[in-house]
Design a protein around this ligand. Structure first.
Ligand SMILES: NC(=O)C1=CN([C@@H]2O[C@H](COP(=O)(O)OP(=O)(O)OC[C@H]3O[C@@H](n4cnc5c(N)ncnc54)[C@H](OP(=O)(O)O)[C@@H]3O)[C@@H](O)[C@H]2O)C=CC1
Ligand SMILES: CC(=O)C(=O)O
Ligand SMILES: [Mg+2]
Length: 761
């Protein structure tokens, strides 16, 4: 067995002390329980507990299905172990397994918003274990069994599946099998292999290994091409030592007896055994372009560094997050349960597992967003030997996998709730991760129905090209790439972007046939504002913002996005030289802040430094208009440091005056002020002002000045964990959006979609 030196550990690995400190710091462990209902008042207690609680009790007794409506059951999964096979560490007992089980529980929450609690059962007796779990059904929507050794796990799982009417899923078996199968499909594709002729050796014949073998056989892998090994070597037909019925079912007809012999010439090896089980010699003896999944945790059967020293043609995966290609069940269990819970599935069957495999494998072949780049420490993964499977932080997993699982559950008749609008379900799923997603998703949907031509003014920049590609790929319309063609092409080549795909169009300002028309248009606008004809010629020839904005002004594009290379106010000045305000409107910036499921529009975050009362009233109207266009019923709070005259002060005067102006204008949305932010946002605090005209907490906040708008949105983002989009420009006669400098490709696409939406989608 090779001895793997500490120096082989990847740079991102953690020290033992760090791991202990992490678990001990603050509240020990990784989990706490947080109520979802207020428990502040006597009334709250009367509702949550006696006497109010009796009402749902009776309702559930009369109709058990209502437990999904009145309790947390439908979103609650138990992670249950006896600690007999903790990762690859072996049988260290129920108590020692608790850090892993708490870990699984928090991963459920983090990745799929599934509430989860760990239960460690202190027995190695199979019947006792089953008896302990079988009566827990009323508490949970699903049971995730974890780190229970083979063959006990097979008996436990199959008996509990018979006894319980909720999904019972042994993650080490099926979670692992699903991820490994998805990775294998992609690795076979990359090495040009056929499922039916590939030779695979699996080292380990326990929970994970048996399930992996069963799943890939079910998917078409030829049984005669698989050899299974355990601590006694090859599991061959007729072997008697260390056998059980699950191993026997996969015993191979072979003369090989050792792992070394089995791996000689093998195409694929799965390690589901123990740290260091593969030697350099074994790896060297494998076929060309070998596929090596060393999945033992926490340390693999062989490290990627060791393999790299031996050969350079391998596709290598491990179970760890600090190497590329993490084949680990974390990619599966949160999302598989999410899908199963959402349709109240009675079980997780093979069709649901195979649907998850396909969804995962397909995802790795798609272009990746910036969030994934961040998870890869800045290296953008592209489908290939270093990226055969998405990373756990991939934001697309939450909508892709549960949808596939839920659809399969419905099709196979194990769903007790049917979802008919799968596109809507996918949007809801994205919103579980990030509330902006559902707002943006419906906006995207509308743009998709009426696609628009958007000019990307800084197309020589890589993230702009990526955004443009994503815009076209998402069928939002045509992305017009403005810039020098040679530079755009070389940037695209570096980034691996194919510019020949439909939906991308390059416009080079220097050779455009429209240049004269643009110069004439702009000269007519600027000649009385100190610009000579040659100044305007220069602007159109050399300045991409002026060229792009003029394109939009003259209808050669429907909208425009810029802002990566120039600060906001400079870009806005450029655009405003070419495009006017919409008649009767005022140009302002509105930021969307999303936090804990709430969305608020904050204005003006871009243009007016110290607005007058009249301007504040205009800002309220513009921001309310945007909120309405994005599907919200606006409730506008005119913010100040004071509330309805207290404490009194000059600075709130303008805000009070703005409210009077809105009164005179008889606007058709709710507004009131001046008020402090807590009054605007907190129903209870607002109730102290019964005369307040807002029917509920405000969702549009008009700030008294630019500095308070800018400071508060940035604080929300940095301290409050909010997602902030914008500022979104409103009030211009043509749709133009300006991103912040250095925005990510996903931010740029959002702004392009917002511009397209503004163009009348
Ligand atoms: N990456 C991932 O997502 C996952 C990885 N795993 C890893 O897989 C491994 C096995 O877990 P699990 O199946 O739950 O455990 P089990 O206890 O059920 O099975 C362990 C199996 O490994 C075999 N084994 C142990 N050491 C060796 C060795 N040196 N050479 C050959 N076979 C060996 C055992 O052989 P025998 O039968 O002779 O005792 C047994 O068949 C662990 O390292 C675990 O971390 C597990 C689940 C998920
Ligand atoms: C990942 C996992 O579940 C294991 O190694 O046991
Ligand atoms: Mg496990």
């Amino acid at each position: 067995m090779p001895d793997i030196d500490k120096k082989d550990r990847p740079a991102t690995s953690v020290t033992d002390q760090e791991a202990l400190d992490f678990h001990a710091t603050g509240r020990p462990g990784k989990l706490e329980v947080v109520p979802t209902k207020p428990m502040a008042t006597q009334r709250d207690l009367s509702l949550a507990y006696s006497p109010g609680v009796a009402v749902p009790v009776k309702a559930i007794a009369a109709d058990p299905q209502t437990a999904y409506d009145y309790t947390a059951r439908g979103n609650m999964v138990a992670v249950i172990s006896n600690g007999t096979a903790i990762l690859g560490l072996g049988n260290l007992g129920a108590l020692a397994s608790k850090p892993v089980m708490e870990g699984k529980a928090v991963l459920f929450k983090r990745f799929a918003d599934v509430d989860s609690i760990d239960l460690e059962i202190d027995t190695e007796n199979v019947d006792e274990f089953i008896n302990c779990v079988r009566f827990l059904g009323p508490s949970f929507g699903g049971i995730n069994l974890e780190d229970i050794k083979a063959p006990d796990c097979f008996v436990i799982e199959s008996r509990l599946r018979e006894l319980m009417d909720i999904p019972v899923f042994h993650d080490d078996q099926h979670g692992t099998a699903i991820i490994a199968a998805a990775g294998l499909i992609n690795a076979l594709e990359l090495t040009g292999r056929d499922l039916k002729t590939t030779k695979l050796v699996c080292n380990g014949a326990g929970a994970a290994a048996i399930a992996c073998i069963e799943l890939i056989k079910a998917m078409g892998f030829a049984p005669e091409n698989i050899i299974l090994c355990d601590t006694k070597g090859v599991i061959y037909q007729g072997r008697t030592e260390g056998m059980n019925q699950w191993k026997s079912a996969h015993a191979a007809k072979t003369d090989t007896r050792t792992l070394e012999e089995a791996m000689d010439g093998a195409d694929v090896v799965f390690g589901l055994s123990q740290k260091g089980a593969f030697s350099a010699e074994m790896i060297r003896s494998m076929a060309d372009r070998p596929i090596i999944f060393a999945m033992a945790n926490p340390d693999p059967e062989i490290t990627p560094e060791e393999v790299a020293r031996i050969r350079d043609d391998a596709i290598m995966a491990t179970g760890r997050s600090d190497y590329p290609n993490q084949v680990n069940n974390v990619l599966g269990f949160p999302y598989i349960f999410r899908g199963a819970l959402d349709v109240r599935a009675s079980t997780i069957n093979d069709a649901m597992k195979i649907a998850a495999v396909k969804a995962l494998a397909n995802l790795a072949r798609e272009d990746v967003p910036d969030d994934v780049v961040a998870a890869y420490q800045g290296n953008r993964p592209r489908f290939g030997s270093q990226y055969i499977i998405p990373v756990p932080f991939d934001p697309r997993l939450i909508s892709a996998i549960p949808v596939a699982v839920a659809e399969a559950a419905i099709e196979t008749g194990v769903a007790r709730k049917v979802i008919t609008d799968m596109a809507g379900y996918a949007r809801e799923l994205s919103a579980r991760r990030d509330p902006i997603a559902s707002t943006l998703a419906s906006l995207y949907e509308r743009v998709r129905r009426r696609p628009k031509r958007i000019v990307f003014a800084e197309a020589e920049e890589e993230q702009v090209l990526r955004a443009a590609l994503s815009y076209a790929n998402q069928q939002l319309g045509t992305a017009i790439l403005l810039g020098r063609e040679d530079l755009i092409r070389s940037t695209a080549e570096r980034a691996g972007i194919d510019l020949n795909r439909p939906g991308l169009e390059i416009v080079n300002a220097r050779i455009s046939t429209r240049v004269e028309a643009y110069i004439d248009y702009l000269y007519a606008r600027l000649q009385r504002h100190g610009y000579l004809h040659r100044d305007v010629q220069r602007l159109i020839h050399n300045d991409r913002n002026h060229f792009a904005a003029t394109m939009v002004a003259l209808g050669d594009a429907d909208g425009m996005v810029t802002g990566i290379t120039r600060n906001y106010s400079t870009a806005l000045d450029d655009v405003r030289r070419c495009i006017d305000e919409k008649p009767g409107h005022r140009v302002i910036g509105v930021s969307l802040a999303l936090c804990r499921g709430r969305t608020v529009f904050v204005a003006d975050t871009a243009v007016h430094d110290m607005p007058t009362a009249e301007q504040l009233a205009d800002i309220a109207e513009e921001a309310a208009g945007l909120a309405r266009r994005m599907g919200y019923q606006p409730r506008v709070a005119m913010l100040a440091y004071s509330t309805f005259g207290h404490p009194s002060g000059e600075r709130s005067e303008r805000v009070r005056e703005a409210v009077k102006i809105l009164d005179k204008r008889r606007v058709d949305f709710e507004y009131d002020g001046e008020m402090a932010a807590d009054v605007a946002l907190n129903r209870k605090v607002m109730e102290q002002y019964p005369f307040c005209r807002l029917s509920g907490p405000a969702n549009v906040l008009v700030m008294p000045a630019f500095h308070s708008a800018s400071i508060s949105t940035k604080m929300l983002q940095e301290l409050g964990g909010s997602t902030v989009i914008g500022p979104i420009l409103v009030g211009l006669d043509k749709p133009v959006q300006i991103t912040s400098m250095g925005a990510k490709d996903s931010d740029i696409v959002n702004m392009a979609a917002i511009a397209a939406y503004g163009a009348g989608s």
